[in-house]
Design a protein around this ligand. Structure first.
Ligand code: BG6
Length: 293
């Protein structure tokens, strides 16, 4: 695991929008990662261009989540189960991560960031943990989030790598790989809905949590590319687009930006939450890749 400050040829420590960040350059791809939230804000493949989406209205400030890229939702997903006053999607996305180091692995660059429990996190979540985000950059972007229970009692958590993908127009893309799996629909409240056979197309607000471990493929003819979201040790896949009305209600999301993004999130949420006994650890990964159509 990398634990030395990265070599400037593949890892540059920069300030971006006033926040400390890393610019990682591997063979065939480049990524920008904020220490704030361990937030991957951009991934550009030399062949396929920018794969992630970030709002032009994103706020870059301590205590705020960045709208776009890959926010880390941990240790809960969505609203807290019993304390509605706690921040949605947990606290990791607004905490300062530590940069542990980076190294070359073949022609890829691998960077490690960490977040440990503190008095501040215990006010939200009464458990001791150590979490590590590994970001591997090359022709693909690979993210791994590992959690270790460093306390004396069992802990449970939810996790999502809340990936905002850039699309030409969400009304003109289709999504394959979820057919035959079941989802809870957060828009209608329906639970356990079976996804039918044709590839999924988008005609309105979409907010679904699928029970699925499968690869998801986004077909985007107007950008001439197919984007794959692969994952490991992830039992849930979240698909989200706010559409017109919800976009208007979000201060850090432009009213007319919703057609340009689609979230496809590797997650362990709800019944797929992870339980760790003292000393145990669990890692979930997702890989974003593209090919030409
Ligand atoms: C998605 C959720 O993952 O994140 C949605 O399923 C939610 O319900 C969306 O609206 C954005 O959340 P937030 O907290 O970043 O506005």
């Amino acid at each position: 695991m990398p634990n030395a400050p990265g070599d400037a040829r593949h890892t540059e420590q920069i300030d971006f929008h006033g926040l400390p960040a890393l610019q990682l350059r591997g063979g065939g791809g480049e990524a920008r990662v904020f220490l704030h939230g361990g937030h991957v804000a951009a991934f550009r493949s030399e062949r396929h261009g920018e794969l992630l989406w970030t709002s032009a209205h994103a706020v870059y400030a301590a205590g705020k989540a960045i709208r776009g890229g890959v926010p880390i939702c941990f240790p809960w997903f969505g609203a807290h189960a019993s304390r509605q006053e706690l921040p949605a999607h947990g606290f990791a996305r607004t905490r300062a991560f530590q940069f542990e180091g980076s190294e070359l692995q073949g022609d890829r660059v691998l960077a490690a960031l960490s977040l440990a429990s503190s008095d501040e996190t215990r006010a939200f979540y009464p458990h001791d943990f150590r979490a590590r985000l590994l970001v591997s950059v090359g022709t693909t972007l690979e993210l791994t989030f590992e959690v270790e229970n460093t306390g004396a009692s069992e802990l449970a958590y939810e996790l999502a790598l809340h990936t905002y993908l850039r699309v030409s127009d969400v009304r003109r893309v289709s999504l394959g790989g979820l057919q035959g799996s079941r989802f809870d629909d957060k828009v209608t409240g329906a639970r356990g809905v079976l996804e039918p056979a044709p590839p999924l197309r988008f005609t309105g607000e979409t907010d679904r949590v699928y029970d699925s471990t499968a690869r998801v493929t986004l077909e985007d003819p107007d950008l001439g590319r197919r984007v794959h979201v692969d994952k490991a040790h992830s039992g849930s896949t979240v698909v989200w687009n706010p559409w017109v009305d919800k976009a208007k209600r979000m201060a850090d999301f432009g009213d007319d930006e919703w057609p340009g993004m689609l979230c496809i999130e590797a997650a362990n949420a709800g019944r797929h939450r992870i339980t760790l006994s003292p000393g145990a650890r669990h890692a979930m990964s997702t890989t974003i890749s593209a090919e030409s159509l």
